[in-house]
Design a protein around this ligand. Structure first.
Ligand code: MLT
Ligand code: MN
Ligand code: ZN
Length: 295
């Protein structure tokens, strides 16, 4: 399985258009690598590819990835897109795939309904773009030889769908993890996850590779940096640090462990940060745009 991180950033990317935090300033100065928004490309054979989420930066991501360039006059190696939720940073890129090339669009029925209720997504020609409803816990194959099982993980509805009361650790179709298998090798992809209960930690022990939610280092990253009032928990993202954080909860895994969907306010992005050193010391890696892993 070939895994390519198209974008390792969270919503807003790095630098974010309106942010002057130390990480965004360092990225503008060229001191650290910029990150586009969360998306991954997968292939079994290097020929046909599936995108896991379609970020608002997808046009730029495709341009930067020769394996995803057309091989003919009107063509794309992208055969399918799988969505893990309906967040803007995971669906807006669908609008860049509107120029009449067929692909299959896999998402839960509730995420497909969100798209169907937003008229702008009607630009995806229904004669060419085939929505396929994912049934949780049932395998499907977006590409020959590549099997995926989607499962509910704790999470919330997309920001723009929030009502006055928000259940931030809801279990259902709104936020899913993906178990991807090819040639006996197992990848789990969870770019958004609000909690790691025992059953989920147990489930992840089988992974050869884990790509996990790296949005925030501490629950109060945004408050401490003065960039905002929201906690990671309120945004539906589990912190890396702390006794219930992903570093501690997943310490027993044998999988290669990589954080992705990294928010620009996360201090681990700065060279020399103690948080970054702690993450590496715990055996984790940070994804970067264009990172390729062959599993
Ligand atoms: C998130 O991951 O929390 C969302 O992408 C936030 C957003 O919609 O900008
Ligand atoms: Mn996001
Ligand atoms: Zn910033």
């Amino acid at each position: 399985m070939i895994i390519r991180t198209l974008g390792a950033g969270a919503g807003g990317g790095l630098p974010q258009w309106n942010c002057g935090c130390p990480q965004c300033r360092a990225a503008r100065a060229g001191e650290i690598a910029a990150m586009t928004q969360s998306s991954l490309a997968l292939s079994a054979d290097g020929q046909a590819w599936v995108l896991l989420n379609a970020s608002p930066d997808l046009r730029q991501q495709l341009a930067a990835t020769p394996a995803l360039h057309p091989r003919g006059l009107r063509d794309s190696p992208v055969a399918a897109v799988v969505l893990t939720n309906a967040d803007v940073d995971h669906i807006a890129g669908l609008l860049s795939l509107r120029e009449k090339t067929p692909f299959r669009l896999f998402a839960t029925a509730s995420t497909l309904t969100v798209l169907a209720e937003n008229a702008v997504f009607a630009v995806l020609d229904p004669a060419l773009v085939t929505p396929v409803a994912i049934t949780l816990d049932q395998p499907f194959c977006p590409l020959p030889g590549l099997e995926i099982i989607a499962y509910a993980v704790p999470g919330k509805v997309a920001l723009y769908l929030e009502g006055p009361e928000v259940e931030t650790r809801a279990m259902g179709e709104q936020t899913i993890g993906l178990r991807i298998v090819q040639g006996g090798r197992v990848l789990h992809y969870l770019p958004g996850c609000a909690d790691l209960p025992d059953w989920l930690c147990d489930r992840l022990t089988e992974a050869d590779l884990l790509l996990f939610d790296g949005t925030v280092w501490a629950d109060d990253d945004m408050q401490r940096s003065g960039t905002g009032a929201k906690t990671g928990a309120r945004m539906g993202h589990l912190a890396m640090s702390g006794p219930e954080g992903s570093l501690a909860r997943l310490a027993g895994l044998t999988a290669r462990r990589v954080y992705t969907h990294i928010n620009n306010t996360n201090p681990v992005l700065l060279p020399g940060a103690p948080e970054r050193a702690a993450l590496f010391a715990a055996g984790w890696e940070l994804a970067a745009d264009g990172m390729e892993i062959v599993l």
